[in-house]
Ligand binder design. Structure first.
Ligand SMILES: Cc1cc2nc3c(=O)[nH]c(=O)nc-3n(C[C@H](O)[C@H](O)[C@H](O)COP(=O)(O)OP(=O)(O)OC[C@H]3O[C@@H](n4cnc5c(N)ncnc54)[C@H](O)[C@@H]3O)c2cc1C
Ligand SMILES: NC(=O)c1ccc[n+]([C@@H]2O[C@H](COP(=O)([O-])OP(=O)(O)OC[C@H]3O[C@@H](n4cnc5c(N)ncnc54)[C@H](O)[C@@H]3O)[C@@H](O)[C@H]2O)c1
Length: 475
């Protein structure tokens, strides 16, 4: 048997691609991806969704400026033009990255086949290529999960992998799912002029977020598109050119159809599952935890609870947060640890933020109020909700929905969580992430710097000053 030998083999060209640092220039590297080069974020995730979310947000400008005395009208969105602008850029980046690894670099070998483990340090491809490597990094990501009900594979039923390449803007779209993906696409399609029905299993959108965010977002979103709450998908049927989406009442008899909606296109945004089942991990004895690969703090995979030297995992296949900035950080940890085996560093970042680029935008970091109460006790925490509308820039915007919610420890003054809904939420949150990451207290953050007046960020300053925390001595 011909066994190909490598110094490093990487399964997955998303975050895995960045593992090929100059350290590997004079070493042999295999990068393996059976899908589109560059992975989910580039091709079907963060990047194209945000490139759609931005024009969709601009398209809603007339509603935002109406209270300011400006009359504007939204006429139409040219879906093919928007789509082609986005994918002509993205497809070229993916093709360029693929060519670079495949053709231009001598020390890298690109394998465009499905692989699985056939031994502790051995991989076998679909066509029978056998690879062995001193270091193996599993960066094989996740994929959309489908509810096990009839009709989910009918033509016209899409996931985030395909819906952005639709030939035209659907007149009406039913979106099943009420968290990140469902809420981002609801804002995109509604903003661009489609009729959106969002079907949600529970009674609240973004139900894992802080309850104030979840409640307020549900309220505001219901004014932007149609929400059908407490509905569980029962089945999807073809009805001529239309799709019938049948739902059951959540908590009721799930075999009984309690409602039906019809549309041209259905988007399933019903979660993502890690690609662990594609890896034959048993052949390498790799442990899993809730279907994710189990790791130690250096991001080495575990086998019978013990770290395996030279086998690592990063990104969605190992981290249930399923966020690109988390995968990127893990890539840097694993790069360092592979390149400095005598000075390995653990993955220690814990203030993990996330943005939901919906309408209005949402950003969050740290504990929700409920989590903080459980962890510290109600009396040990202080919260403040500051409305954008009660600050000078909020008056300028005539904002009536946005707010910043902060949670801090009453005795240490440290921030425990921050949750923002409103314009530029993701940008407003970044200094709070910095304070949490570097241990700056709420009062130090409020009073240890100038806040530009009267900028939008004063909503964060005012929220900080509203917390019941010890003073830092700063003026
Ligand atoms: C619609 C959408 C929007 C998103 N938006 C954001 C956002 O705004 N911000 C954010 O932080 N995150 C976002 N995410 C999440 C983000 O995209 C992921 O966290 C990130 O892409 C994960 O990267 P990864 O390297 O772990 O995996 P991936 O980039 O998915 O790479 C894994 C690769 O492995 C390949 N592969 C899998 N199994 C095998 C096998 N057996 N053999 C060969 N190849 C294999 C796949 O083809 C794939 O290309 C979004 C996700 C989606 C779906
Ligand atoms: N902006 C971002 O950072 C971003 C954007 C998109 C995705 N992501 C990542 O991708 C991951 C997946 O996101 P997601 O929103 O698809 O999944 P999710 O698991 O967060 O939410 C799935 C939704 O589908 C609903 N659902 C599941 N089965 C259902 C059924 N049978 N009937 C009705 N509803 C059903 C759930 O109740 C839930 O609302 C997340 O972990 C997220 O971190 C991040």
């Amino acid at each position: 048997m011909n066994i190909e030998k490598y110094d490093l083999a990487i399964i997955g060209s998303g975050s895995g691609n960045s593992l090929i640092t100059p350290y590997w220039d004079d070493r042999k590297v295999a990068i393996i991806d059976a899908g589109i080069f560059g992975g989910t974020c580039l091709n079907a995730g963060c990047i194209p969704t945000k490139m759609f979310a931005y024009p969709a947000q601009l398209a809603s400008t007339p509603q935002q400026v109406a209270p300011l005395g400006i009359d504007m009208a939204f006429e139409s969105a040219d879906w093919p033009e928007i789509r082609d602008r986005i994918f002509s850029r993205i497809d070229a980046i993916s093709a360029g990255g693929k060519r670079y690894r495949d053709v231009e670099l001598e020390h890298t070998t690109l394998i465009t086949e499905e692989v699985h483990f056939s031994g502790p340090k051995q991989l076998t491809s679909q066509t029978g290529r056998v690879l062995e490597a001193d270091q193996i990094v599993i960066a094989a990501g996740s994929r959309p999960s489908f509810p096990s009900v009839p009709g989910v594979h009918l033509p016209g039923v899409h996931t985030s992998e395909t819906v952005m390449r639709l030939p035209e803007l659907p007149k009406r779209i039913i979106i099943v799912g009420g968290k990140y993906i469902g809420s981002e696409f609801a804002a995109i399609f509604a903003g661009l002029g489609a009729e959106v029905i969002q079907v949600n299993r529970s009674g609240r959108l973004l139900s894992s977020h802080d309850h104030t965010i979840s409640d307020e977002f549900t309220r505001v979103a219901s004014g932007h598109w149609q929400l059908e709450m407490n509905q569980t998908l029962h089945s999807i049927e073809q009805e001529g050119h239309q799709l019938r989406v049948n739902v059951s009442e959540t908590g009721g008899n799930l075999n009984e159809i309690s409602g039906t909606y019809t549309s041209d296109v259905v988007l399933l945004a019903t979660g993502r599952e890690p690609n662990t089942d594609r890896m034959n991990l048993e052949a390498a004895g790799i442990d899993t935890f809730n279907d994710f690969i189990a790791r130690d703090e250096y991001l080495r995979v575990l086998s019978n609870d013990e770290p395996v030297e030279g086998v690592w995992a990063i990104g969605d296949i190992a981290n249930d947060q399923m966020l690109k900035h988390v995968a990127n950080h893990e890539q840097r940890v694993v790069s360092h640890n592979m390149e400095h085996p005598d000075n390995m560093k653990p993955d220690t970042l814990d203030a993990i933020p996330a943005g939901v680029f919906t309408r209005p935008q949402i950003a969050t970091v740290g504990l929700t109020e409920d989590q903080a109460k459980i962890q510290y006790g109600s009396e040990a925490i202080t919260t403040k909700i500051q409305a954008y509308g009660d600050t000078a820039y909020g008056w300028a915007m005539e904002d009536s929905d946005g707010f910043v919610k902060l949670i801090a420890n009453t005795s240490t003054g440290k921030l425990l969580g921050a949750h923002i809904m409103g314009p530029e939420a993701t940008n407003l949150l970044q200094p709070v992430i910095m304070a949490m990451s570097f241990g700056i207290t709420a009062h130090q953050m409020a009073r240890g710097q100038y806040w530009i007046h009267p900028a939008m960020a004063e909503v964060v300053e005012n929220a900080l000053l509203g917390l019941d925390v010890p003073e830092s001595g700063l003026l």
